[in-house]
Ligand binder design. Sequence first.
Ligand SMILES: [Mg+2]
Length: 195
Amino acid sequence: MKMEIENKKKLFVDYDGTIVNSVAATCSCYNEDFKYYEDFVPVKWWEVNTWNFEECNCATTEYINTYFNQQRFFDRLTYMDWAKETLDELKDDYEITIVSLGHSPNLKAKGIWIQDNLPYCKFVGVNFEEYTDKSHLDMSDGIFIDDSFKNLITSNAIVNICFGDKYSWNEDWTGFRCNNWNDVKKFLKGDESGN
Ligand SMILES: [Mg+2]
């Protein structure tokens, strides 16, 4: 059993925008809170293309940021398509570590969410008070999946995979991209059989 664990490949995976649709949960909270405001227009998550949710123009960035520390944000979180199914499958071959940035209440809530929903994943919370990216973590023996250009270019993983559709926060990425979790599965399974 011990040998089996040691032989697993390492996979480091981002949380927000990679495993779960944090943009959709944020829009859901915003659309509820500001619906009676004069300038309000419902914001559809797939139309958000700014890191700071500028589309949510009735709210300040500070207000939006408070969502990430609230239980209702986590209650509204949904998986990115096929994320859960793919992770469930990959766990047999990979030691999966979820690496995510946040302020301490957010990281505390994320830890609980992961324990409840993806208990086979390890969790490394990176505090915004100390770091702006994930470069202090040694990923030199693994594969890293993230939707943020900044995190990808500063990582030392063997393979860095940009997750999802093109957004302003990753449009400059010229490396390998997986548009969805089916692509991730195909790549990682292919990678496995190619070795
Ligand atoms: Mg992300």
